[in-house]
Design a binder for this molecule. Structure first.
Ligand SMILES: CC(C)(COP(=O)(O)OP(=O)(O)OC[C@H]1O[C@@H](n2cnc3c(N)ncnc32)[C@H](O)[C@@H]1OP(=O)(O)O)[C@@H](O)C(=O)NCCC(=O)NCCS
Length: 429
Protein backbone atom coordinates (compact mmCIF):
# COMPACT_ATOMS: atom_id res chain seq x y z
CA UNK A 1 0.00 0.00 0.00
CA UNK A 2 2.85 2.39 0.85
CA UNK A 3 3.74 2.95 -2.78
CA UNK A 4 0.13 3.15 -3.99
CA UNK A 5 -1.03 5.91 -1.64
CA UNK A 6 0.40 8.79 0.33
CA UNK A 7 -1.05 10.64 3.29
CA UNK A 8 -1.04 14.45 3.44
CA UNK A 9 -2.00 16.56 6.42
CA UNK A 10 -2.87 20.24 6.10
CA UNK A 11 -4.99 23.11 7.41
CA UNK A 12 -7.79 25.01 5.67
CA UNK A 13 -6.20 27.91 3.78
CA UNK A 14 -7.61 31.37 2.98
CA UNK A 15 -9.02 31.91 -0.50
CA UNK A 16 -6.29 32.89 -2.95
CA UNK A 17 -3.60 31.32 -0.79
CA UNK A 18 -1.79 28.17 -2.02
CA UNK A 19 -3.47 25.12 -0.51
CA UNK A 20 -7.01 26.47 -0.90
CA UNK A 21 -7.75 24.07 -3.78
CA UNK A 22 -6.42 21.14 -1.74
CA UNK A 23 -8.98 22.04 0.93
CA UNK A 24 -11.86 22.35 -1.55
CA UNK A 25 -11.07 18.94 -3.08
CA UNK A 26 -10.98 17.48 0.41
CA UNK A 27 -14.40 18.96 1.29
CA UNK A 28 -15.92 17.60 -1.93
CA UNK A 29 -14.49 14.15 -1.14
CA UNK A 30 -16.06 14.22 2.34
CA UNK A 31 -19.42 15.24 0.84
CA UNK A 32 -19.19 12.41 -1.65
CA UNK A 33 -18.44 9.91 1.15
CA UNK A 34 -21.61 10.94 3.00
CA UNK A 35 -23.77 11.02 -0.17
CA UNK A 36 -24.22 14.80 -0.05
CA UNK A 37 -25.09 16.90 -3.06
CA UNK A 38 -21.96 18.53 -4.51
CA UNK A 39 -21.36 21.87 -2.79
CA UNK A 40 -21.04 25.09 -4.77
CA UNK A 41 -17.95 27.32 -4.46
CA UNK A 42 -19.66 29.75 -2.12
CA UNK A 43 -20.65 26.99 0.31
CA UNK A 44 -17.18 25.44 0.19
CA UNK A 45 -15.77 28.86 1.06
CA UNK A 46 -18.05 29.08 4.10
CA UNK A 47 -17.00 25.60 5.23
CA UNK A 48 -13.33 26.50 4.84
CA UNK A 49 -13.87 29.62 6.98
CA UNK A 50 -15.50 27.52 9.71
CA UNK A 51 -12.64 25.01 9.55
CA UNK A 52 -10.14 27.82 10.06
CA UNK A 53 -12.09 29.02 13.10
CA UNK A 54 -12.10 25.46 14.44
CA UNK A 55 -8.36 24.99 13.88
CA UNK A 56 -9.06 21.70 12.11
CA UNK A 57 -6.40 19.46 10.71
CA UNK A 58 -7.41 17.79 7.44
CA UNK A 59 -5.92 14.46 6.42
CA UNK A 60 -6.22 13.12 2.88
CA UNK A 61 -5.00 9.92 1.25
CA UNK A 62 -3.90 10.40 -2.36
CA UNK A 63 -3.07 8.05 -5.21
CA UNK A 64 0.61 8.32 -6.04
CA UNK A 65 0.59 6.62 -9.45
CA UNK A 66 -1.38 7.37 -12.59
CA UNK A 67 -5.13 7.54 -11.95
CA UNK A 68 -7.59 5.76 -14.23
CA UNK A 69 -8.40 7.74 -17.36
CA UNK A 70 -11.53 9.93 -16.97
CA UNK A 71 -11.73 9.20 -13.22
CA UNK A 72 -11.45 11.86 -10.50
CA UNK A 73 -7.97 13.42 -10.56
CA UNK A 74 -5.10 12.56 -8.25
CA UNK A 75 -5.73 15.82 -6.38
CA UNK A 76 -9.02 14.47 -5.00
CA UNK A 77 -8.32 12.33 -1.92
CA UNK A 78 -9.56 8.74 -1.93
CA UNK A 79 -9.88 8.88 1.85
CA UNK A 80 -10.44 11.71 4.33
CA UNK A 81 -10.08 12.19 8.07
CA UNK A 82 -10.52 15.46 10.01
CA UNK A 83 -9.61 16.40 13.56
CA UNK A 84 -10.06 19.27 16.00
CA UNK A 85 -9.50 19.60 19.72
CA UNK A 86 -11.98 20.80 22.28
CA UNK A 87 -12.75 20.34 25.97
CA UNK A 88 -14.88 17.43 27.15
CA UNK A 89 -16.75 17.73 30.46
CA UNK A 90 -15.73 14.52 32.27
CA UNK A 91 -18.03 15.10 35.25
CA UNK A 92 -18.30 17.67 38.03
CA UNK A 93 -17.28 20.38 35.57
CA UNK A 94 -13.80 18.93 35.07
CA UNK A 95 -12.49 19.49 31.54
CA UNK A 96 -10.23 17.25 29.50
CA UNK A 97 -8.87 18.38 26.13
CA UNK A 98 -10.13 15.84 23.61
CA UNK A 99 -8.97 14.88 20.14
CA UNK A 100 -12.16 14.87 18.03
CA UNK A 101 -12.17 12.71 14.91
CA UNK A 102 -14.62 13.52 12.12
CA UNK A 103 -15.20 13.39 8.33
CA UNK A 104 -13.95 9.80 8.06
CA UNK A 105 -14.53 8.53 4.52
CA UNK A 106 -12.89 6.02 2.21
CA UNK A 107 -13.99 6.09 -1.44
CA UNK A 108 -15.92 2.89 -2.18
CA UNK A 109 -13.51 1.88 -4.94
CA UNK A 110 -10.56 2.01 -2.49
CA UNK A 111 -12.17 0.49 0.58
CA UNK A 112 -10.99 -2.52 2.61
CA UNK A 113 -7.36 -1.92 1.77
CA UNK A 114 -6.43 -0.74 5.22
CA UNK A 115 -6.78 3.02 4.59
CA UNK A 116 -8.99 3.66 7.61
CA UNK A 117 -6.72 1.58 9.81
CA UNK A 118 -3.66 3.48 8.64
CA UNK A 119 -5.25 6.93 9.08
CA UNK A 120 -6.63 6.04 12.50
CA UNK A 121 -3.48 4.50 13.96
CA UNK A 122 -1.23 7.27 12.67
CA UNK A 123 -3.62 9.91 13.97
CA UNK A 124 -4.04 8.38 17.44
CA UNK A 125 -0.26 8.01 17.67
CA UNK A 126 0.17 11.71 16.90
CA UNK A 127 -2.52 12.75 19.41
CA UNK A 128 -0.88 10.64 22.11
CA UNK A 129 2.53 12.15 21.26
CA UNK A 130 0.97 15.60 21.75
CA UNK A 131 0.05 14.57 25.29
CA UNK A 132 -3.70 14.07 24.80
CA UNK A 133 -5.35 11.45 27.00
CA UNK A 134 -8.55 10.92 25.05
CA UNK A 135 -10.01 10.89 21.53
CA UNK A 136 -13.69 11.02 20.52
CA UNK A 137 -15.96 10.46 17.55
CA UNK A 138 -19.53 9.78 16.58
CA UNK A 139 -20.06 6.70 14.42
CA UNK A 140 -22.18 6.08 11.34
CA UNK A 141 -22.12 2.33 12.04
CA UNK A 142 -21.68 0.50 15.34
CA UNK A 143 -19.22 -2.07 14.05
CA UNK A 144 -16.33 0.08 12.80
CA UNK A 145 -14.56 1.65 15.76
CA UNK A 146 -14.47 -0.88 18.61
CA UNK A 147 -11.45 -2.52 16.93
CA UNK A 148 -9.54 0.74 17.42
CA UNK A 149 -10.32 0.86 21.14
CA UNK A 150 -13.31 3.21 21.03
CA UNK A 151 -16.20 2.54 23.40
CA UNK A 152 -19.71 4.00 23.51
CA UNK A 153 -19.82 6.58 26.29
CA UNK A 154 -23.10 8.51 25.84
CA UNK A 155 -26.49 7.91 24.25
CA UNK A 156 -29.34 9.88 22.74
CA UNK A 157 -32.78 9.18 21.33
CA UNK A 158 -35.47 10.67 19.14
CA UNK A 159 -38.74 11.86 20.65
CA UNK A 160 -42.13 12.90 19.36
CA UNK A 161 -44.14 14.88 21.88
CA UNK A 162 -47.91 15.13 21.63
CA UNK A 163 -48.62 18.82 22.26
CA UNK A 164 -52.36 18.44 21.87
CA UNK A 165 -54.89 18.95 24.72
CA UNK A 166 -53.26 16.38 27.05
CA UNK A 167 -49.91 18.25 27.06
CA UNK A 168 -49.38 19.91 30.45
CA UNK A 169 -46.30 20.32 32.63
CA UNK A 170 -46.32 20.31 36.42
CA UNK A 171 -44.21 23.42 36.56
CA UNK A 172 -44.77 26.99 37.70
CA UNK A 173 -42.81 29.29 35.35
CA UNK A 174 -40.14 31.45 36.94
CA UNK A 175 -39.11 33.24 33.73
CA UNK A 176 -40.50 34.12 30.33
CA UNK A 177 -40.14 33.11 26.67
CA UNK A 178 -40.08 35.49 23.70
CA UNK A 179 -39.67 35.03 19.96
CA UNK A 180 -36.47 36.52 18.53
CA UNK A 181 -34.86 36.99 15.15
CA UNK A 182 -32.99 33.75 14.40
CA UNK A 183 -29.77 35.69 13.81
CA UNK A 184 -29.41 36.60 17.50
CA UNK A 185 -28.31 32.99 18.00
CA UNK A 186 -25.02 33.72 16.24
CA UNK A 187 -23.94 35.54 19.42
CA UNK A 188 -26.25 34.13 22.09
CA UNK A 189 -26.07 30.41 21.32
CA UNK A 190 -22.36 29.95 22.19
CA UNK A 191 -22.86 31.87 25.46
CA UNK A 192 -25.83 29.75 26.56
CA UNK A 193 -24.13 26.57 25.39
CA UNK A 194 -21.03 27.38 27.43
CA UNK A 195 -23.15 27.41 30.61
CA UNK A 196 -24.79 24.10 29.69
CA UNK A 197 -21.43 22.60 28.85
CA UNK A 198 -20.07 23.49 32.30
CA UNK A 199 -22.74 21.47 34.10
CA UNK A 200 -23.29 18.56 31.70
CA UNK A 201 -21.02 15.51 31.89
CA UNK A 202 -20.29 14.20 28.39
CA UNK A 203 -20.64 17.63 26.79
CA UNK A 204 -18.02 18.70 24.23
CA UNK A 205 -17.40 22.34 23.27
CA UNK A 206 -19.03 22.96 19.90
CA UNK A 207 -17.45 23.65 16.55
CA UNK A 208 -18.25 26.91 14.71
CA UNK A 209 -20.79 25.26 12.37
CA UNK A 210 -23.29 25.00 15.23
CA UNK A 211 -24.06 28.68 15.69
CA UNK A 212 -24.09 29.13 11.88
CA UNK A 213 -26.51 26.22 11.30
CA UNK A 214 -28.91 26.76 14.16
CA UNK A 215 -29.24 30.49 13.41
CA UNK A 216 -30.03 29.59 9.79
CA UNK A 217 -26.99 31.56 8.61
CA UNK A 218 -25.57 28.52 6.83
CA UNK A 219 -28.39 26.09 6.03
CA UNK A 220 -28.08 22.56 4.68
CA UNK A 221 -27.43 23.84 1.15
CA UNK A 222 -25.05 26.56 2.34
CA UNK A 223 -27.61 29.35 1.92
CA UNK A 224 -29.61 31.24 4.53
CA UNK A 225 -32.30 28.98 5.97
CA UNK A 226 -35.36 31.21 6.28
CA UNK A 227 -37.43 28.37 7.76
CA UNK A 228 -35.59 28.55 11.09
CA UNK A 229 -37.39 30.19 13.97
CA UNK A 230 -36.08 31.05 17.39
CA UNK A 231 -37.40 31.52 20.91
CA UNK A 232 -35.39 32.70 23.89
CA UNK A 233 -35.91 31.99 27.56
CA UNK A 234 -35.28 34.80 30.05
CA UNK A 235 -34.70 34.19 33.75
CA UNK A 236 -36.50 36.20 36.43
CA UNK A 237 -33.84 38.91 36.17
CA UNK A 238 -34.32 39.16 32.39
CA UNK A 239 -31.08 37.42 31.31
CA UNK A 240 -31.18 34.90 28.46
CA UNK A 241 -30.50 31.42 29.84
CA UNK A 242 -31.94 29.16 27.13
CA UNK A 243 -33.10 29.00 23.55
CA UNK A 244 -34.79 26.77 21.05
CA UNK A 245 -34.16 26.87 17.31
CA UNK A 246 -36.96 25.15 15.40
CA UNK A 247 -38.73 24.65 12.09
CA UNK A 248 -42.29 23.98 11.00
CA UNK A 249 -42.33 20.68 9.09
CA UNK A 250 -44.90 21.94 6.55
CA UNK A 251 -48.65 21.53 5.99
CA UNK A 252 -48.08 18.17 4.29
CA UNK A 253 -46.80 16.60 7.51
CA UNK A 254 -49.61 15.30 9.70
CA UNK A 255 -50.01 15.74 12.58
CA UNK A 256 -48.76 19.30 12.14
CA UNK A 257 -45.26 19.23 13.53
CA UNK A 258 -42.51 21.50 14.78
CA UNK A 259 -38.99 20.04 14.56
CA UNK A 260 -36.45 21.13 17.12
CA UNK A 261 -33.15 22.07 15.49
CA UNK A 262 -31.41 22.83 18.78
CA UNK A 263 -32.63 23.16 22.34
CA UNK A 264 -30.15 24.41 24.89
CA UNK A 265 -31.14 25.45 28.40
CA UNK A 266 -28.74 26.47 31.13
CA UNK A 267 -31.18 25.86 33.99
CA UNK A 268 -33.82 23.26 34.78
CA UNK A 269 -36.48 25.98 34.73
CA UNK A 270 -35.38 27.21 31.31
CA UNK A 271 -35.60 23.68 29.93
CA UNK A 272 -39.13 23.08 31.20
CA UNK A 273 -40.33 26.55 30.23
CA UNK A 274 -39.01 26.19 26.68
CA UNK A 275 -41.03 22.98 26.52
CA UNK A 276 -44.06 24.84 27.86
CA UNK A 277 -43.56 27.29 25.01
CA UNK A 278 -43.19 24.50 22.43
CA UNK A 279 -46.33 22.85 23.78
CA UNK A 280 -48.28 26.08 23.38
CA UNK A 281 -47.55 26.78 19.70
CA UNK A 282 -50.88 27.18 17.94
CA UNK A 283 -51.91 24.91 15.03
CA UNK A 284 -49.23 22.39 16.10
CA UNK A 285 -49.99 18.93 17.49
CA UNK A 286 -46.51 17.48 17.68
CA UNK A 287 -42.94 18.55 18.50
CA UNK A 288 -40.12 16.26 17.43
CA UNK A 289 -36.49 16.27 18.54
CA UNK A 290 -33.80 13.98 17.15
CA UNK A 291 -31.12 14.74 19.77
CA UNK A 292 -33.10 14.28 22.99
CA UNK A 293 -31.47 13.04 26.19
CA UNK A 294 -32.24 9.46 27.21
CA UNK A 295 -32.71 10.52 30.82
CA UNK A 296 -35.11 13.37 30.20
CA UNK A 297 -36.71 15.54 32.93
CA UNK A 298 -39.45 16.43 30.43
CA UNK A 299 -41.02 12.99 30.85
CA UNK A 300 -41.17 13.39 34.63
CA UNK A 301 -42.53 16.93 34.47
CA UNK A 302 -45.43 16.02 32.19
CA UNK A 303 -48.82 15.38 33.78
CA UNK A 304 -49.12 12.54 31.25
CA UNK A 305 -45.67 11.06 30.58
CA UNK A 306 -47.08 9.15 27.61
CA UNK A 307 -47.14 12.40 25.66
CA UNK A 308 -43.53 11.46 24.88
CA UNK A 309 -43.02 8.77 22.29
CA UNK A 310 -39.34 7.81 22.27
CA UNK A 311 -37.59 5.82 19.58
CA UNK A 312 -34.16 5.12 18.14
CA UNK A 313 -32.26 4.95 21.44
CA UNK A 314 -28.70 5.01 20.08
CA UNK A 315 -25.04 5.43 20.85
CA UNK A 316 -23.79 8.98 20.51
CA UNK A 317 -20.29 9.80 21.78
CA UNK A 318 -17.53 7.19 21.43
CA UNK A 319 -14.35 7.68 23.44
CA UNK A 320 -10.85 6.26 23.00
CA UNK A 321 -8.58 6.52 26.02
CA UNK A 322 -4.96 7.14 25.01
CA UNK A 323 -3.46 7.50 28.47
CA UNK A 324 -5.17 5.65 31.33
CA UNK A 325 -3.32 7.39 34.17
CA UNK A 326 -4.06 10.86 32.81
CA UNK A 327 -7.70 10.11 31.93
CA UNK A 328 -8.50 8.46 35.27
CA UNK A 329 -6.69 11.24 37.12
CA UNK A 330 -8.67 13.95 35.32
CA UNK A 331 -11.96 12.81 36.82
CA UNK A 332 -13.62 13.59 40.09
CA UNK A 333 -15.37 10.53 41.58
CA UNK A 334 -18.69 10.12 43.36
CA UNK A 335 -17.49 7.62 45.94
CA UNK A 336 -14.23 6.81 47.66
CA UNK A 337 -12.47 3.49 47.31
CA UNK A 338 -9.60 1.64 45.73
CA UNK A 339 -9.66 -0.35 42.51
CA UNK A 340 -6.89 -2.18 40.68
CA UNK A 341 -7.80 -2.03 37.00
CA UNK A 342 -6.20 -4.19 34.35
CA UNK A 343 -6.62 -2.51 30.95
CA UNK A 344 -5.91 -4.32 27.68
CA UNK A 345 -5.15 -2.24 24.62
CA UNK A 346 -4.42 -4.02 21.33
CA UNK A 347 -2.94 -0.81 19.89
CA UNK A 348 -0.62 -0.37 22.86
CA UNK A 349 -1.56 3.20 23.88
CA UNK A 350 -3.16 2.87 27.29
CA UNK A 351 -2.73 -0.73 28.47
CA UNK A 352 -1.40 -1.81 31.85
CA UNK A 353 -2.52 -2.38 35.42
CA UNK A 354 -3.40 0.74 37.38
CA UNK A 355 -4.31 1.56 40.96
CA UNK A 356 -7.17 4.04 41.25
CA UNK A 357 -7.34 5.37 44.78
CA UNK A 358 -10.12 7.85 45.52
CA UNK A 359 -10.54 9.85 48.66
CA UNK A 360 -12.84 12.87 49.06
CA UNK A 361 -13.69 12.54 45.35
CA UNK A 362 -10.08 13.16 44.30
CA UNK A 363 -8.13 10.41 42.57
CA UNK A 364 -4.57 9.31 42.82
CA UNK A 365 -3.63 7.01 39.94
CA UNK A 366 -0.46 5.01 39.53
CA UNK A 367 0.89 1.99 37.71
CA UNK A 368 0.45 -1.17 39.79
CA UNK A 369 3.57 -3.06 40.86
CA UNK A 370 4.38 -6.22 38.90
CA UNK A 371 2.23 -9.15 39.95
CA UNK A 372 -0.52 -6.95 41.45
CA UNK A 373 -3.87 -8.72 41.57
CA UNK A 374 -6.49 -6.77 39.53
CA UNK A 375 -10.02 -6.28 40.85
CA UNK A 376 -11.36 -5.80 37.31
CA UNK A 377 -9.99 -6.57 33.84
CA UNK A 378 -11.33 -4.89 30.72
CA UNK A 379 -10.53 -3.75 27.24
CA UNK A 380 -9.63 -0.08 26.83
CA UNK A 381 -12.95 0.38 24.95
CA UNK A 382 -14.86 -0.71 28.07
CA UNK A 383 -12.93 1.69 30.26
CA UNK A 384 -14.02 4.42 27.81
CA UNK A 385 -17.64 3.26 28.15
CA UNK A 386 -17.72 3.49 31.94
CA UNK A 387 -15.60 6.67 32.03
CA UNK A 388 -18.47 9.20 31.93
CA UNK A 389 -20.78 7.19 34.16
CA UNK A 390 -23.31 6.51 31.37
CA UNK A 391 -22.59 2.78 31.07
CA UNK A 392 -22.84 0.54 34.13
CA UNK A 393 -19.81 -1.68 34.89
CA UNK A 394 -22.14 -4.29 36.41
CA UNK A 395 -23.91 -4.54 33.05
CA UNK A 396 -20.59 -4.84 31.20
CA UNK A 397 -19.65 -7.60 33.62
CA UNK A 398 -22.92 -9.39 32.85
CA UNK A 399 -22.15 -9.01 29.13
CA UNK A 400 -18.80 -10.74 29.66
CA UNK A 401 -16.85 -7.64 28.71
CA UNK A 402 -15.55 -6.70 32.17
CA UNK A 403 -14.09 -9.54 34.25
CA UNK A 404 -14.53 -9.21 37.99
CA UNK A 405 -11.82 -10.88 40.09
CA UNK A 406 -12.83 -9.33 43.42
CA UNK A 407 -16.46 -9.80 44.41
CA UNK A 408 -18.35 -6.49 44.34
CA UNK A 409 -15.67 -4.61 42.40
CA UNK A 410 -17.96 -3.86 39.42
CA UNK A 411 -20.56 -2.31 41.73
CA UNK A 412 -17.82 -0.31 43.48
CA UNK A 413 -16.71 0.94 40.05
CA UNK A 414 -20.28 1.91 39.26
CA UNK A 415 -20.57 4.02 42.42
CA UNK A 416 -17.13 5.59 41.96
CA UNK A 417 -17.58 6.46 38.26
CA UNK A 418 -21.09 7.94 38.76
CA UNK A 419 -21.44 11.61 37.80
CA UNK A 420 -23.51 14.42 39.27
CA UNK A 421 -26.20 14.49 36.55
CA UNK A 422 -27.12 12.39 33.54
CA UNK A 423 -24.40 12.54 30.86
CA UNK A 424 -25.54 13.96 27.53
CA UNK A 425 -23.57 15.20 24.55
CA UNK A 426 -25.33 17.90 22.51
CA UNK A 427 -22.44 18.22 20.05
CA UNK A 428 -22.48 16.20 16.84
CA UNK A 429 -19.27 16.40 14.85
C1 LIG B 1 -16.11 2.85 7.16
C2 LIG B 1 -14.96 3.14 6.22
C3 LIG B 1 -14.32 4.45 6.62
C4 LIG B 1 -13.93 1.98 6.31
O1 LIG B 1 -12.77 2.27 5.57
P1 LIG B 1 -11.77 1.13 4.98
O2 LIG B 1 -10.55 1.83 4.50
O3 LIG B 1 -12.51 0.26 4.05
O4 LIG B 1 -11.38 0.29 6.28
P2 LIG B 1 -10.06 -0.59 6.48
O5 LIG B 1 -9.75 -1.29 5.19
O6 LIG B 1 -8.97 0.20 7.08
O7 LIG B 1 -10.61 -1.63 7.52
C5 LIG B 1 -10.20 -1.67 8.87
C6 LIG B 1 -10.99 -2.74 9.57
O8 LIG B 1 -12.35 -2.28 9.76
C7 LIG B 1 -13.25 -3.21 9.17
N1 LIG B 1 -14.36 -2.42 8.64
C8 LIG B 1 -14.26 -1.37 7.83
N2 LIG B 1 -15.48 -0.86 7.59
C9 LIG B 1 -16.36 -1.58 8.28
C10 LIG B 1 -17.76 -1.54 8.42
N3 LIG B 1 -18.53 -0.62 7.81
N4 LIG B 1 -18.35 -2.45 9.22
C11 LIG B 1 -17.59 -3.39 9.85
N5 LIG B 1 -16.25 -3.48 9.75
C12 LIG B 1 -15.65 -2.58 8.96
C13 LIG B 1 -12.46 -3.92 8.13
O9 LIG B 1 -12.99 -5.19 7.85
C14 LIG B 1 -11.10 -4.04 8.78
O10 LIG B 1 -11.10 -5.07 9.74
P3 LIG B 1 -9.74 -5.80 10.18
O11 LIG B 1 -8.72 -4.74 10.45
O12 LIG B 1 -10.15 -6.57 11.38
O13 LIG B 1 -9.38 -6.64 8.98
C15 LIG B 1 -15.46 3.22 4.76
O14 LIG B 1 -16.10 2.05 4.43
C16 LIG B 1 -16.38 4.41 4.46
O15 LIG B 1 -15.93 5.45 4.02
N6 LIG B 1 -17.71 4.29 4.68
C17 LIG B 1 -18.67 5.37 4.36
C18 LIG B 1 -18.52 6.59 5.27
C19 LIG B 1 -18.58 6.24 6.73
O16 LIG B 1 -19.41 5.46 7.14
N7 LIG B 1 -17.71 6.85 7.52
C20 LIG B 1 -17.65 6.66 8.93
C21 LIG B 1 -18.12 7.93 9.55
S1 LIG B 1 -18.19 7.81 11.27
Amino acid sequence: MAEKYEIRRFRAAEKGVPGYEQGTDWIQAVGFGFHDTRRNDDYVDKIMAMYRTDGRELTGVYQTGAVAQHSLGASVPVATFGTLRRDLNVGYGRQLLTHMVTAVTVRGTHRRQGLLRRMMTEDLTAAKADGLAIAALTASEGSIYGRFGYGVATFERSIKVDTGPRFALRHQPSGTVEIADRKVLLELAPEVFERVHRHTPGSIVRQDAYRQNISGTVGRDGNEDEAIKCALHYDAAGAVDGYVSYKFAGWDTKPYTVEIVDLVAATDDAYLELWQFLGSIDLIQRVSWADAPVDDPLVWALADPRCVEASDHRDMLWLRILDSVQALGARRYSAGGRLVLEVEDALGFAGGTFILDVSGGEASVSGAPAGAHPDLSMDVADLASIYLGAVCPVTLKAAGRIREHTSGAALRARLMFAVERAPHCLTHF
